[in-house]
Design a protein around this ligand. Structure first.
Ligand code: FES
Length: 246
């Protein structure tokens, strides 16, 4: 390496953070992107849902989708890429029909998350960050899902699978392979990564109210508070600032 050169340790360094697969986004999706933009006072605030919509078509954020978003919002492709590479929910490799995430942050790890991800690697025959050859599954190691009270947790297309074991995870994959109806432990029907991404873009599929929004350990503290008549302290009124309307 000479002078100011940079030697990457990755074999595919030229491909990192760049998806050259052509985008399948059509005028219909572009019209939907404009619809999202119209929801915000500042159009560029729409970038996050627009990227989810792009993923609902391509399964990842392709270079073509980046250009479309940049053109529509009047910002640079670098700015769009800056967002798309910052948040881990935006994929730089095409996700499978079902995207499997396994939480291995502290609590899930000690409760069995490490064993779960090892089992999923073996069951699916892929490593983290990879997609099966048939495009059916992709696998990712996740940071804390804020569901530690149900550790260890997995996600399928962002739906929670609470208190998993390697055996339950194997059965889950078998059911998805067989095309059976699978429900998240919190009730929602598992659809597909692309369908879930469309919902995240703000196009509901009518399933938002399937299952409870909270249960079990998450509500234990609330139950105790109710039984004992505990209430949150009153929030003191903020003193008015001179010249500001209340
Ligand atoms: S550590 Fe896994 S959900 Fe918090």
């Amino acid at each position: 390496m000479s002078g100011h050169g940079f030697a990457s340790h990755y074999d595919d360094a030229q491909a990192i953070d760049s998806i050259r697969k052509p985008t399948a986004i059509t005028e219909t999706t572009i019209a939907e992107m404009r619809e999202i933009m119209a929801r915000y006072p500042e159009p560029r605030s729409a970038l996050l849902p627009m990227l989810h919509l792009a993923q609902s078509i391509d399964g990842c954020v392709t270079d073509g989708a980046v250009k479309i978003c940049a053109d529509l919002l009047g910002i640079s492709e670098a700015q769009v890429n800056g967002v798309a590479t910052f948040y881990t929910m935006y994929k730089r490799r095409e996700a499978g029909e079902h995207h499997i995430g396994v939480c291995t942050t502290s609590l899930c790890a000690v409760m069995g998350g490490d064993a779960l991800i090892d089992q999923m690697k073996e069951k699916l025959g892929i490593d983290e960050g990879e997609t099966t050859a048939d495009g059916k599954f992709s696998l990712e190691r996740l940071e804390c899902n804020a569901a530690c009270d149900f550790a260890p947790v997995m996600m399928v297309n962002w739906e929670f699978m609470d208190q998993m074991t390697p055996e339950k995870a194997d059965k889950l994959i078998d059911a998805l392979v067989a095309g059976q109806e699978v429900r998240a432990t919190r009730g929602a029907t598992i659809t597909s990564f692309k369908q879930a991404e469309r919902v995240l873009a703000g196009f509901p599929d009518g399933r938002a109210d399937e299952g409870p929004s909270a249960a079990g350990a998450s509500l234990a503290g609330l139950e105790i508070a109710r039984q004992r008549g505990w209430k949150a302290p009153e929030v003191p009124q903020t003193p008015a600032i001179e010249g500001e309307e209340q």
